[in-house]
Design a binder for this molecule. Structure first.
Ligand code: ATP
Ligand code: MG
Length: 508
């Protein structure tokens, strides 16, 4: 038998006192899609960091086509044919797409950068990855899902034998995710070995040749790709999980947010920023309302404009909070109105990475814990401990720097921080991106619990199954407009059809 394309043997890694990899074995064959599953903090990204040269292991061996290799840097891994789409994208926002695609591999002719050629080659790469974006756009102007697509194109540019995708679909809507599945199948047909990490279990059966589950730094089992999701979940979280979603609202109260034919006029319109143009919806006390739609229809922009984040401008039409006209448009106004916001970009806007979990958690209430300008260390400590417990932030180390937490645990810190303030309306954009299935259940349960106490929630998600399971109502958007509203009993196909169709109806 020929040796595996890739073999990782008995890999160990310590981060200070954290034993992140406890002797992991992992193999990959040419043309194989090997899905790697595991809870937040299980060690998936660390293992792939070892493979891609970003992390030097404390012990263990890497073999490529049977030959032992040693990667001291990503450059070494790259030279050996390993490419990686990291979980937290490493694109440079201030450069355009073309420059990002060729970063470190710039095309030069006679020592001069060949801008034109690079732009053309970049456009070709984008086309190959099925991405309809202009290579001249600045990465900073792209939404999260589009950045993911660019990162995928960038990895494809490397022409690798081994491609690691660390949650590549996390911010993609169903259409883009379908496309990603096709790209992966195409790579497979060309003999590329793909490691695919995802928390979206419904993807497993669609692309996996093999499934490995990690927990707590170890491989705990393999699963046939066709295994029922319940089986995957049991291996993943180590116990059966009865219900992913909590029961829906038993009753709703008065309207908190009411928009009728509301539009937002940005002071400085930006290409690609879909301003809310005609939005009608109401969020009541105790209600969780979902925003559905394809990438770019303006869900993120709607939430951002309500919170005063992402653009300066003015609302027109009816914009009411608790029955009174509200002047929203700045973060200060939003917070005074009792609005909290969890963005879809935890690195860019949600967290201060080099601060500790405790500092980040307390950020939104600093003035409240110190009512007389005096910090109460004991009270602070209690609030942080409580929040970490509530949102199951692991490891339970308030002094840990956020940058060192796993992706899913960073997201839990964002939650803890935003809800610390006791808001009356919570705006959520991709709230469970990168969060494992066990922790998702916890977050859903907690949201429902807060709603039962009178909180209203408006949540945008690219995962339709999440909206269908969680929400009391789902409002579909297209091109900055609300076009249809569904009740809790809506079927997935019906909602999907409205998201993807072009004819316009008005939301109730
Ligand atoms: N640079 C670091 N310093 C300290 N601890 C770290 C560092 N990187 C990772 N860890 C810890 O190692 C463990 C494994 O983290 P890793 O990022 O590999 O998890 P993961 O399986 O990718 O999780 P997720 O699904 O949340 O992305 C976690 O406990 C994490 O806090
Ligand atoms: Mg990870």
């Amino acid at each position: 038998m020929s040796p595996a394309l890739l073999g990782l043997h008995d890999v160990q890694k310590w981060f200070g006192g954290v034993h992140a990899l406890k002797g992991v074995d992992f193999t990959l064959a040419a043309g194989e899609v090997h899905v790697l599953l595991g809870e937040n903090g299980a060690g998936k990204s660390t293992l792939m960091g070892v493979l891609s040269g970003a992390i030097v292991p404390d012990a263990g061996e890497i073999r490529i086509a049977g030959e032992p290799v040693r990667f001291a840097s990503p450059r070494d891994a790259h030279a050996a044919g390993v490419a990686m789409i990291p979980q937290e994208l490493d694109l440079v926002p201030g450069l355009d797409i073309a420059a990002n695609l060729f970063l470190g591999n710039e095309i030069t002719g006679a020592g001069v950068l060949q801008g034109r050629r690079m732009r053309d080659a970049a456009q070709e790469l984008l086309a190959k990855a099925g991405v309809a974006l202009d290579a001249g756009l600045l990465v900073s102007s792209l939404r999260i899902g589009e950045r993911q697509l660019v990162a995928i194109a960038k990895a494809l540019a490397a022409d690798a034998r081994i491609l690691v995708m660390d949650e590549p679909s996390a911010a993609l809507s169903s259409v883009e995710a379908d496309h990603l599945m096709r790209v992966v199948r195409d790579l497979k047909a060309r003999g590329v070995g793909v490691v695919y990490i995802s928390h979206r279990l419904e993807e497993v059966a669609r692309i996996a040749d093999r499934v490995t589950v990690m927990r707590d730094g170890q491989v705990v089992g393999e699963c046939p790709p066709q295994a029922p999701q319940a089986e995957l979940v049991r291996l993943l979280v180590g116990r059966p999980l009865s219900d992913l979603f909590p029961p829906r609202a038993s009753r709703v109260g008065k309207p908190i947010l009411h928009l009728h034919r509301a539009a937002f006029d940005p002071a400085r319109p930006r290409a690609g920023w879909q301003a809310p143009r005609d939005v009608s919806l109401t969020v009541h006390e105790g209600e969780i309302v979902g925003l559905a739609g394809l990438m770019g229809v303006g869900r993120t922009e709607l939430l951002g404009a309500l919170y005063g984040f992402g653009a300066v401008g003015r609302w027109s039409g009816t914009v009411e909070m608790r029955g009174a006209a509200a002047r929203l448009g700045t973060i200060g106004a939003a917070r005074r109105a009792g609005i909290a916001y969890v963005t879809d970009d935890r690195r860019g806007t949600g967290l201060v990475l080099h601060h500790t979990v405790a500092q980040n958690t307390l950020m939104s209430i600093w003035r409240r814990v110190t009512p007389f300008g005096l910090a109460s260390r004991g009270l602070e400590r209690r609030r942080v401990a409580e929040a970490m417990e509530n949102y199951d932030v692991r490891p339970r180390l308030p002094a840990a720097k956020v940058v060192n937490l796993s992706g899913g645990n960073q997201q839990k810190v964002v939650f803890a921080k935003e809800l610390m303030n006791g808001p009356s309306l919570l705006l959520l954009d991709e709230p469970t991106r990168g969060v494992d299935v066990g922790a998702k259940t916890e977050i859903y349960r907690r949201l429902r619990g807060l709603a039962e106490q009178g909180l209203g929630v408006l949540v945008a998600s690219s995962e339709l199954t999440e909206l269908l399971g969680l929400c009391d109502r789902i409002v579909v958007m297209r091109a900055g407009r609300t076009v249809h509203a569904f009740g809790a009993d809506a079927g997935e196909d019906a909602v999907r059809a409205v998201c993807e169709s072009g004819d316009e109806e008005r939301a109730a």
